[in-house]
Ligand binder design. Sequence first.
Ligand code: ZN
Length: 172
Amino acid sequence: MQQTKKRPLSRYLKDFKHGQSRCAHCEKILDRMTLVRDGDIVNKIAISRLDTPIDDEQWQQERGRWMALCRFCGDLHCRARSGPFDIIGFKQYLFEHTEMSPGTVREYVVRLRRLGERLANDSIQPTLCADEPDLGLAPWLPATGANNYRIALRKYAQYLCSPSRAAGSGIY
Ligand SMILES: [Zn+2]
């Protein structure tokens, strides 16, 4: 019988981490990274406890379920799942299809995320109209800077109508 060499999953993950230099979402060079498995963040302590012995072949299958994200995307990733907006796709759209600076992209994303949190808290699922995306959302826009939120919503509506989204080329 041939003996296949097994190592704990955490060891494979350690090597995996060292092999990742850029965020899987925004391609920023990774300084501190967040590991995500099947869309859920797995923290350092949990990773150190993943001691199931596996061999190279099993790791090849497991590997596809893991992603390394920068802290900003990692943070966004878990919050985005609870809100009504596709924040991750929106951010990718802004990076790939507009000339916005990373700082501006971040501002737009943060606004939409905040609005998404407000809506989620009140269990509101907005239906966005492409011409007037802020229609009906006025009660949830903050009194200060409401216009900035409207601008972010308009951009989001553009994203929803963009061919890149229609083709489903995003990660999700
Ligand atoms: Zn990132």
